[in-house]
Design a protein around this ligand. Structure first.
Ligand SMILES: Nc1nc2c(c(=O)[nH]1)N[C@H]1C(S)=C(S)[C@@H](COP(=O)(O)OP(=O)(O)OC[C@H]3O[C@@H](n4cnc5c(=O)[nH]c(N)nc54)[C@H](O)[C@@H]3O)O[C@H]1N2
Ligand SMILES: Nc1nc2c(c(=O)[nH]1)N[C@H]1C(S)=C(S)[C@@H](COP(=O)(O)OP(=O)(O)OC[C@H]3O[C@@H](n4cnc5c(=O)[nH]c(N)nc54)[C@H](O)[C@@H]3O)O[C@H]1N2
Ligand code: SF4
Ligand SMILES: [Mo]
Length: 716
C-alpha cells in the first residue's frame, strides 16, 4: 500500500496548526507536528484526527426528515433533491411572512478562514448568506461568545476591537492571565509565549475562579468568586488611586471620566472587595501595587469575564486598570496592534427597513455587530415578537448544547416551518431539522490560513468522506439556487483566488511553499494614541467620540447603559439572593475548557474518551466531605431549573463553596455519560448581561448531592 507523508494544516478546528500527515492508500492514518515549521503545534484533539474524520458518526449523505421533529427519522436524499427542497421552503417562507422570517446561526464548526472571509465578508461574527435574500437575521455564537470581550467592551472604551489589544509578552516584567486558560487556545500560541517568558524569569499571575492549567503553572494564583471580577478590578483601581500610583500624565491627557471613576471606586475598599470576591484584602492591595509599580505589565484575558451580569462592564474596567497604571501600548504592556482588514469578496448590505431580532433589546450589540441576537430567537418563533421567525439554517453549531435551557429552544424548533442543519455529525439540533446536509471537515477542503505573521495554503489531505461537501460551497450553492450565486465564489479555487486578488504574487509564492510565507512585519512602535495612528483622521487620540479613552463611555450612555464601568452582583448569587443560597449553597461555574474536547465535539472519539470518559463536576474536598461524596461518585447537580447527573472530581483546584461543571454533553451520538449530561439544562435562559445579552453561564447557584435511584432516569 502506498504510504505517503506530507506537510498539511490540521483540519480539526480553525486553529490551523502545521502538521505532517501520514496517508496509507489515501487514508489519513497519523498526524504529527511538523517540526521546524511556524505554528507547528499539535493538541491532543489534533492527534486523534483520523478517529475524528473517519468517525462512524459522520454524516455521509443529505437527509430529509420522515418522522416527527426531534424523533430522528430521516431518509437519504440526493444533493439536488435536498437543496431544491431547502430553497423551495425558504421561498415559501419569504412569500408567506417576508424574508425576515428566515434566520441563520453559525458556530464553532464554521470558523474556517475561507468560510469567514467569503460567507461572512471578512468579519467573523456571522454568516451573511441571508442578507441578499432580504433578511437581516444573521446570528451566530457571537450571541454568547467573544463579542462581549472582543467587541463591546474595547469599542466602548477605546473605539477599537479587542483583536487589536495584544500582550507584549516578550518584553513584560509581569504577565497577568485573567479569566482565560491559554493551554486551550487553538493554536496554543499564547501558552507557548507565556511559558517561554516564564523560563526567562518573568512572573506570571493567574486570576481565575479555579486552579486551571495556567494557574497551576503560574507564580501566583488569585482565586476569585465567579462573576465578581468587576468588584476585584474596582478594588484594585481604588488602591491605585488612593495610593496615587496611577500614570497621571496619561490620565490628564488621554482619559475622559477619571474623576467620576475616582468617586465611584471609593466604596470598593480592599476589605469590602474581600467580602464580595473572597480574595483577601492584603492580596488585593499587593496585586494593585505590583501592577502599578512594575514596568511593563501585560494582560491576557478572554471568556472568563463574559458570563456574569456585568460582564461587559467588568471587562471595560479591566482594560481601564491597564491604561491607568501606564501599561497600555508601552513596552511589555498591553499593546495595540492594528490588524489589516481581511480582504472580502463582497460587501453584503443589510436590507433596509427591518431590524434583526434582538436589535431593540440589545442595541449596542446590534450597532457593533449588525447581527441578530440568538437568545431572542425563541421569543420570535413562539410569540411572534418583535415579528415571527419561521425558518432556520444552522451551520456548524450545536445550539441545544450551547444555549441555556435547551427545552425552550427545542420548543421553538418544533414549531418552525423549516429548519436546515449543516454539520459533520448528527447533533441534537439536527434531529429537529427538515433537511440535514453533510459537511466535509477542513481536512477535506482546499483553502488558506492566515496567522498574525504568516499565511499558508490549506491543501486537501483526503477526499471528502461520503458525499460530504465543503460547507463554503454548500453556502455558495444555496446562494446560486436562490438567484444570487454571482455574489459568491462558486469553487474552492475561486475562493482562494479572490482571497489573494490584491496580491497575486503572494498566491504564486504560496503555491510553492508548503510551510507558508512570512508576511512583512508591521512597523512597531508604542503609544500610538500619541501619534495619530489609531484614528482615521490621523489625529492623536483614540477613535472614540471624545478622542479619549472613555472611562465614561458615550457609546454605553447613548444606549441607556451606565457610562462608568459599574459592577453588579450576580443576580443569582449569595449576596443578592440569600434565601436561594440557603437552598443552593454552591456557586456554580460551567464550561471551563477541557483539552480533549471542543465544546460539544469529540465526545464520542475513543482515543479522546480515554482521557476523560465522563462529565465531571469539580468539587472541593471540604464540600464533598460535608455531602458524603467521594471522588468518582455519581452526583446530581441541581439548580432552580433542573437536575442533571455528573461525576464528582474531588479536588483542591476549586475553592470551597464553588463548583465547576463540564460543558458539552447532550448530543445523541456522544458517549452515554456525556449524552445524558447537558449542563445547560441547569443554566438560565432569562438571566443575562443586559449589555451583551450573554447568558450568565458562570455565576449561578446549585446544590450537589450523591445521585440516588430516583436520579437514574436523569434527562437525556
Ligand atoms: N454553560 C455553558 N455553555 C456554553 C459555554 C460555557 O462555557 N458554558 N461556552 C459557550 C461558547 S464560548 C461557545 S463558542 C458555544 C459553542 O458553540 P457551538 O458553535 O455550538 O460549538 P460546538 O459545540 O463546538 O459545535 C460546533 C458544531 O460544528 C460541527 N462542525 C465541525 N466542523 C464542521 C465543519 O467543517 N462544517 C460544519 N458545517 N460543521 C462542523 C460540529 O460537529 C459541531 O456540531 O457554547 C457556549 N455555551
Ligand atoms: N480544547 C478546547 N479548546 C477550546 C475550546 C474547547 O472547548 N476545547 N473552546 C474554544 C472556545 S469556543 C473559546 S470561546 C475559547 C475560550 O478560551 P478561554 O477563555 O481561554 O477558555 P477557558 O480555557 O475555559 O478559560 C477560561 C477561564 O476562565 C475561568 N473563569 C470562569 N469564570 C470566571 C470568573 O468569573 N472569573 C475569573 N477570573 N475566571 C473565570 C475558567 O476557570 C477558565 O480557567 O477556547 C476555544 N478553545
Ligand atoms: S488546535 Fe485545532 S488545528 Fe491545532 S492541532 Fe488542535 S485541533 Fe488541530
Ligand atoms: Mo466560544
Amino acid at each position: 500500500m502506498l504510504i505517503e507523508k506530507k506537510p498539511a494544516i490540521c483540519g480539526i478546528c480553525p486553529g490551523g496548526c502545521a502538521v505532517e500527515v501520514t496517508l496509507e492508500g489515501g487514508r489519513l492514518v497519523k498526524v504529527e507536528p511538523r517540526r521546524g515549521a511556524p505554528y507547528a503545534n499539535l493538541c491532543v484533539r489534533g492527534r486523534y484526527a483520523p478517529e475524528i474524520v473517519y468517525s462512524p458518526h459522520r454524516l455521509k449523505t443529505p437527509l430529509i426528515r420522515t418522522g416527527e421533529r426531534g424523533e430522528g427519522k430521516f431518509r437519504a436524499a440526493s444533493w439536488d433533491e435536498a437543496l431544491d427542497l431547502a430553497v423551495q421552503k425558504m421561498q415559501e417562507i419569504k412569500e408567506k411572512y417576508g424574508p425576515q422570517a428566515m434566520l441563520s446561526h453559525s458556530g464553532r464548526g464554521a470558523f474556517e478562514q475561507s468560510m469567514v472571509d467569503f460567507c461572512n465578508a471578512g468579519d467573523f461574527v456571522a454568516n451573511k448568506l441571508l442578507l441578499p435574500f432580504g433578511s437581516p437575521n444573521i446570528a451566530s455564537t457571537g450571541s454568547l461568545c467573544f463579542v462581549s470581550y472582543g467587541i463591546l467592551a474595547p469599542m466602548a472604551n477605546f473605539g477599537l476591537p479587542g483583536t487589536w489589544l495584544n500582550p507584549d509578552l516578550e518584553n513584560s516584567n509581569l504577565i497577568i492571565v485573567w479569566g482565560t486558560n491559554p493551554v486551550t487556545d487553538s493554536p496554543p500560541v499564547f501558552f507557548k509565549r507565556i511559558a517561554r517568558a516564564q523560563k526567562n524569569k518573568t512572573r506570571v499571575i493567574a486570576v481565575d475562579q479555579m486552579r486551571c492549567d495556567i494557574a497551576r503553572r503560574a507564580n501566583q494564583w488569585v482565586g476569585v468568586r465567579p462573576g465578581t471580577d468587576g468588584a476585584l478590578i474596582l478594588g484594585l483601581i481604588n488602591v491605585v488611586i488612593n495610593e496615587k500610583l496611577y500614570d497621571w500624565e496619561f490620565v490628564d491627557n488621554w482619559t475622559l471620566g477619571f474623576s467620576e471613576l475616582s468617586d465611584y471606586v471609593r466604596e470598593f475598599t480592599p476589605e469590602k472587595v474581600e467580602s464580595i470576591t473572597r480574595v483577601p484584602a492584603e492580596t488585593i492591595t499587593a496585586l494593585a501595587r505590583e501592577i502599578a509599580q512594575t514596568e511593563g505589565v501585560s494582560l491576557r484575558t478572554y471568556t472568563g469575564l463574559e458570563y456574569t451580569n456585568s460582564g461587559v462592564q467588568n471587562i471595560r474596567a479591566l482594560y481601564i486598570l491597564w491604561a491607568l497604571t501606564g501599561n497600555l501600548d508601552v513596552p511589555g504592556g498591553l499593546g495595540i496592534t492594528p490588524l489589516p482588514r481581511r480582504p472580502s469578496q463582497k460587501k453584503f448590505e443589510a436590507p433596509a427597513g427591518v431590524l434583526p431580532i434582538g436589535a431593540e433589546k440589545y442595541p449596542l450589540f446590534y450597532e457593533l455587530t449588525g447581527c441578530a441576537h440568538y437568545l431572542e430567537f425563541p421569543r420570535a418563533v413562539l410569540e411572534g415578537k418583535p415579528y415571527p421567525v419561521r425558518g432556520l439554517i444552522i451551520n456548524g453549531s450545536s445550539t441545544l448544547t450551547s444555549y441555556p435551557q435547551p427545552k425552550i429552544f427545542e420548543e421553538a424548533y418544533r414549531s418552525l416551518e423549516f429548519m436546515l442543519v449543516i454539520d459533520i455529525v448528527m447533533t441534537r439540533d439536527a434531529l429537529f431539522a427538515d433537511i440535514v446536509l453533510p459537511s466535509a471537515t477542513y481536512y477535506e477542503i482546499d483553502s488558506y490560513q492566515r496567522y498574525p505573521d504568516y499565511v499558508r495554503l490549506r491543501k486537501r489531505v483526503i477526499e471528502p468522506v461520503g458525499q460530504s461537501k465543503n460547507c463554503v460551497m454548500i453556502m455558495a450553492e444555496l446562494a446560486n439556487r436562490l438567484g444570487y450565486g454571482h455574489l459568491y465564489a462558486q469553487s474552492e479555487k475561486e475562493v482562494i483566488e479572490n482571497a489573494f486578488a490584491g496580491n497575486p504574487g503572494l498566491l504564486e509564492a504560496l503555491q510553492n511553499s508548503p510551510d507558508g510565507v512570512k508576511l512583512p512585519p508591521a512597523e512597531h512602535c508604542y503609544k500610538k494614541y500619541e501619534t495619530g495612528m489609531l484614528r482615521k483622521d490621523c489625529r492623536p487620540g483614540f477613535p472614540t467620540p471624545s478622542g479619549k479613552l472613555e472611562i465614561t463611555s458615550s457609546l454605553m450612555a447613548r444606549h441607556g447603559y451606565d457610562a462608568l464601568p459599574v459592577y453588579s452582583e450576580p443576580v443569582e448569587g449569595p449576596l443578592q439572593n440569600p434565601d436561594l443560597y440557603g437552598e443552593f449553597p454552591l456557586i456554580m461555574n460551567t464550561g471551563a475548557r477541557i483539552q480533549s474536547t471542543f465544546r460539544s465535539q469529540h465526545l464520542n472519539v475513543p482515543g479522546l474518551l480515554k482521557l476523560q470518559d465522563k462529565p465531571y463536576v469539580l468539587i472541593n474536598p471540604a464540600d464533598a466531605a460535608e455531602r458524603g461524596i467521594m471522588d468518582g461518585d455519581r452526583v446530581a447537580v441541581s439548580t432552580r431549573r433542573g437536575s442533571v447527573c455528573f461525576y464528582a472530581r474531588v479536588t483542591e483546584d476549586v475553592l470551597p463553596g464553588q463548583v465547576e461543571v463540564n460543558m458539552g454533553g447532550g448530543n445523541p451520538t456522544q458517549a452515554e455519560a456525556w449524552r445524558r449530561a447537558n449542563v445547560n439544562e441547569l443554566t438560565d435562559f432569562e438571566n443575562r448581561d443586559p449589555v451583551s445579552g450573554f447568558p450568565v453561564f458562570k455565576a449561578l447557584l446549585c446544590q450537589v448531592k450523591k445521585a440516588g435511584e430516583e436520579d437514574s432516569s436523569a434527562k437525556n
